[in-house]
Design a protein around this ligand. Structure first.
Ligand code: PMP
Length: 412
């Protein structure tokens, strides 16, 4: 299938919240890098569970508990097939952040004598702060792969920074702040050559591009359901099973144990070893439905459509004077457009657009060091998804022009 503007308009109808009007106008929701809207099928699946199947998993020997357990296991299987992993390698967490934290606490047991962690200049705080803290706990050095002026990573710098001293390379796949698609395949190959572990923050890529962890060759990969049409409160950590088997557990308690005495305990099989306590069952059910929806549209199709939207938006933005765009261009960028209007604070732009019914994000996008490297406090960010249309982009462009006129900077 190929997405066209007409098809995107039809998909939009599946999303109840996108039918909402603001001052008589259609809501333009282009803050999908923050979270996405949910199709009715996902909302219905969550409701169905609470209305007809609500029970805890792995314990009740009665029908509704068996159904809930089956759904929970099936959700692992759908996520596994979505990223080409095995179901036991899929750990359900609260979000991408928790998955990364899990690795930052449990993997150092396998670091041996290696003394360095490498991240990139484009990281979200979620894939930076856990490594800062991990480095402090274990007396390690944190190194950062630099960014080039065209907003891509400096791969020559990566060659210098990834060495036999590197314990782990933690990298984002797609930058949430600028949309840059990083060459994770190359960074993983460098890491492997040097015997280092790899973690990919796929929070912005799993929703927008096909993922194959086997081909990618990473050791860990984390993402969140809420950024890909699913419920909030559910995330995924993929881990290679040989590594997960060797790592100590993160949280301990119910469900993650095999046997317990008053003094000691042994651990359950994967993935339960890393899924302590009652999990977000409804979230997993909704997420499995979201994955089904995404697969029906097709991940290649979604990626191609967002590329078209970005090309169009970049062309339109080029025509507006006094606007700086922070993008490496449609070839190497996902459907994220970061920009600033000269002399206007990003928060002012976002709030004027908000009053127009256009939802974008203004600020540092949880990437303060990156904003520092760019010499700015923040940007305005529009982020597209499968239901975004050319008309949405047109409304954005018109609103940016309006902000300029409000601030009296039409001519500048
Ligand atoms: N990494 C990236 C690149 C992100 O964009 C985000 C969310 N903005 C996260 C990690 C964290 O995701 P979550 O808040 O769902 O844990």
């Amino acid at each position: 299938m190929k997405l066209t503007n007409q098809k995107a308009k039809e998909l939009k109808k599946d999303f109840p919240l996108l039918q909402k009007k603001e001052r008589g106008k259609e809501l333009v929701y282009i803050d999908n890098a923050a979270t996405t809207q949910k199709p009715k099928a996902v909302i219905d699946a969550v409701c169905r569970y609470y209305l007809a199947e609500n029970a805890n998993i792995h314990r009740g020997l009665y029908k509704i508990s068996e159904i809930a357990t089956l759904h929970w296991e099936k959700a692992h299987a759908s996520v596994a097939s979505f990223i080409h992993a095995d179901p036991e390698e899929i750990i359900f967490t609260r979000n991408a952040t928790e998955g990364i934290n899990l690795v930052s606490y449990c993997l150092p047991a396998l670091f041996r004598m290696r003394k360095e962690i490498v991240v990139t200049a484009l990281e979200h705080h979620a894939n930076l702060v856990p490594w800062q803290e991990c480095a402090k706990r274990h007396g390690l050095i944190l190194k950062v792969i630099a960014m080039k002026p065209d907003f891509t990573l400096d791969y020559k710098d990566a060659q210098k920074k990834i060495t036999e001293q590197t314990a782990l390379v933690a990298m984002n796949h797609i930058s949430n702040a600028l949309g840059t698609k990083n060459d994770v395949q190359y960074l993983i190959s460098l890491a492997k050559k040097n015997g280092a572990f790899t973690l990919v923050d796929a929070a912005q890529s799993a929703p927008h591009t096909p993922i194959n962890v086997r081909k990618m060759g990473c050791d860990f990969l984390a993402f969140s359901s809420h950024k890909m049409l699913g419920p909030t409160g559910l995330g995924v950590l993929y881990g290679r099973k040989e590594l997960l088997a060797q790592m100590p557990p993160f949280m301990t308690g119910g469900d993650m144990i095999r046997t317990v005495s008053y003094q000691d305990a042994t651990w359950n099989d994967l993935p339960m070893k890393f899924e302590a306590g009652t999990p977000h069952i409804a979230g997993a059910i909704g997420f499995a439905e979201a994955i089904k929806y995404l697969q029906e549209v097709g991940m290649e199709t979604i990626e191609a459509w967002e590329g078209e939207l970005l090309s169009y938006a970049l062309k339109e933005f080029q025509k507006i004077k006094g606007v700086t765009v922070y993008s490496t261009g449609p070839e190497k960028s996902a459907g994220i457009l970061s920009f600033n209007i000269k002399g206007v604070h990003a928060h002012d732009v976002a709030s004027i657009l908000g009053a127009e019914g256009i939802c974008i994000r203004g600020g540092h996008h949880c990437a303060m060091p990156l904003m520092g490297a760019l010499g700015i406090a923040g940007t305005c960010r529009a982020s597209f998804y499968l239901y975004t249309t050319y008309e949405d982009v047109d409304r954005l462009v018109a609103a940016v022009k309006k902000v300029k006129s409000i601030f009296g900077i039409e001519k500048r």
